[in-house]
Design a protein around this ligand. Structure first.
Ligand SMILES: [Mg+2]
Length: 294
C-alpha cells in the first residue's frame, strides 16, 4: 500500500522564554493540585452516613452522656426532698385550686427519660433510614430497653418517700403490654396500669390534658422529661417561640422541671422542618442544613 504523502507546512513560532515556560508549568501544577484537593473534599462530603450518627454515638458511648443523666437525677432527688417539705410547691402549670393536701406524685416521660431507647435510633441509622411508627412498634415489641443512668435510683428514692410515680409517654396504647414488660424487667415500680399514661390518639391523651387529670388527684412535685412538651403546653411551635417558652419559665429548670439531653430526636428537630413528617428524608435534610448558623 502506498501511503499518501502529506506536505506539512510548519510555522515555527518564536519559542517562549524559559521563565515563561516555568511559569506555565507552575500554573499547570497548581491547577492539578487544586483539582485533586477538590476531588478529595467532595469524596469526604459524599461519605454515606446518617444525620443522627454522632448523636446516637454520644448517647450510647460517651461517659459525658451518663454523667449528664446522673447529674439530672441526683438533682431531682435533692429537689424532691425540698418539694415534699414545701406544701406550696408544684411542678405543674396545670395544678389549680387547693392542692396542698393532695398526695405527692412525680411525672416522668419514658423514652430517653426513664428508658434508653437509643438502640432504636441505631436501627434507624443502620436499617430504616427514618423513623416510622411501625418501625418503632416492631422495635418496642422485640426489645428490652435499659434504664437511663440514674433513673431507677431516683424512682426508688421517690417510692421510699411515699411519692406516687406516674409514667407519661407518647407511646400508643397498643404498646402498653411491651412497655409494661420492659418497666417491670428493670424493677421499676408499676403497681397499676393507671400509673402508665399512654397516647390513644385522642386530645384527652395529650400530655397537657394528662397533667390536668393527674393534677386533680395529686400534688405534682417534679416533671422529668427530654422534650419541652413534657413540661409545658404550646411547645409544638417554631424554634424561636420554643426558646422563648424556655426563657419564660427559666426559674423552673433544675428546680421542679428536670430535663435530660436528647440530641437524637424530639420536637426541637421536627420544629426545623415545621413538623412535616411526610417530607422525604433528603428534603428534611435540606431544611436542617438551612438552619445552620455560621
Ligand atoms: Mg421522651
Amino acid at each position: 500500500m502506498v501511503m499518501p504523502s502529506y506536505r506539512c507546512r510548519i510555522h515555527v513560532a518564536k519559542m517562549p522564554s524559559m521563565a515563561f515556560q516555568y511559569g506555565l508549568l507552575r500554573l499547570l501544577l497548581a491547577a492539578m493540585l487544586t483539582m485533586l484537593l477538590s476531588s478529595c473534599g467532595n469524596q469526604q462530603a459524599r461519605v454515606d452516613t446518617h444525620e443522627t450518627l454522632n448523636a446516637a454515638l454520644w448517647t450510647q458511648t460517651s461517659a459525658e452522656y451518663a454523667a449528664t443523666t446522673l447529674q439530672a437525677y441526683q438533682l431531682a432527688a435533692s429537689n424532691l426532698d425540698r418539694a415534699l417539705a414545701d406544701t406550696q410547691w408544684t411542678a405543674a402549670l396545670e395544678q389549680g385550686g387547693d392542692y396542698t393536701d393532695l398526695p405527692p406524685a412525680i411525672m416522668l416521660d419514658l423514652d430517653q427519660t426513664v428508658l434508653d431507647t437509643s438502640s432504636y435510633n441505631a436501627r434507624i441509622i443502620l436499617e430504616y433510614g427514618s423513623h416510622a411508627r411501625e418501625h418503632f412498634s416492631a422495635w418496642c415489641e422485640g426489645s428490652t430497653a435499659p434504664a437511663i443512668p440514674g433513673a431507677k435510683e431516683f424512682i426508688d428514692h421517690a417510692v421510699a418517700r411515699g411519692v406516687t410515680v406516674i409514667y407519661i409517654s407518647a407511646r400508643r396504647e397498643h404498646l402498653r403490654d411491651c412497655t409494661t414488660v420492659n418497666l417491670r424487667a428493670l424493677g421499676l415500680p408499676l403497681p397499676g396500669q393507671e400509673r402508665l399514661l399512654l397516647n390513644d390518639g385522642t386530645p384527652s391523651s395529650s400530655k397537657t390534658q394528662q397533667r390536668v387529670d393527674i393534677a386533680s388527684q395529686y400534688r405534682i412535685l417534679l416533671l422529668v422529661g427530654d422534650n419541652l412538651n413534657d413540661f409545658v403546653s404550646g411547645s409544638k411551635t417554631d424554634p424561636a417561640a420554643r426558646r422563648a417558652l424556655v426563657d419564660e419559665h427559666a426559674a423552673r429548670w433544675g428546680r421542679e422541671w428536670i430535663i435530660l439531653s436528647n440530641p437524637m430526636y424530639g420536637n426541637w428537630e421536627a420544629s426545623l422542618y415545621e413538623y412535616d413528617y411526610s417530607l422525604p428524608r433528603d428534603e428534611r435534610l435540606n431544611h436542617l442544613l438551612q438552619q445552620l448558623q455560621q
